[in-house]
Design a binder for this molecule. Structure first.
Ligand SMILES: [Zn+2]
Length: 95
């Protein structure tokens, strides 16, 4: 896994500040069109050529919906986000 610094972004759904990206499967550096999942809420967006975020296009949504492999990866990544948030919230409540 590799962290890549990105432009300072805000999630398009929850406005959580995002300043880096990490590929959970490989040492991939994000590029234009790659998917981004918000670490706070799990929203799926896409990177632009300068690593800011944009909403998915209708064609991208259709391509994702028709790909069991991409859907599987997204489901796993979003589940990971929800798990991390659950653990993080539990720690906050314990302190
Ligand atoms: Zn978000």
């Amino acid at each position: 896994m590799r962290d890549t610094k990105t432009q300072k972004n805000r999630c398009l759904r929850c406005y959580h500040p995002l300043t880096a990206a990490m590929d959970i499967k490989a040492d991939h550096i994000p590029k234009n069109g790659d998917l981004s999942i918000c670490i706070k809420c799990g929203a799926v967006c896409a990177f632009t050529d300068n690593l800011t975020l944009r909403p998915l296009t209708k064609n991208e949504i259709e391509k994702i919906s028709n790909s069991p492999e991409i859907m599987w990866d997204l489901r796993n990544a979003v589940s990971l986000v929800y798990f991390v948030q659950k653990v993080k919230n539990k720690k906050v409540l314990e302190n």
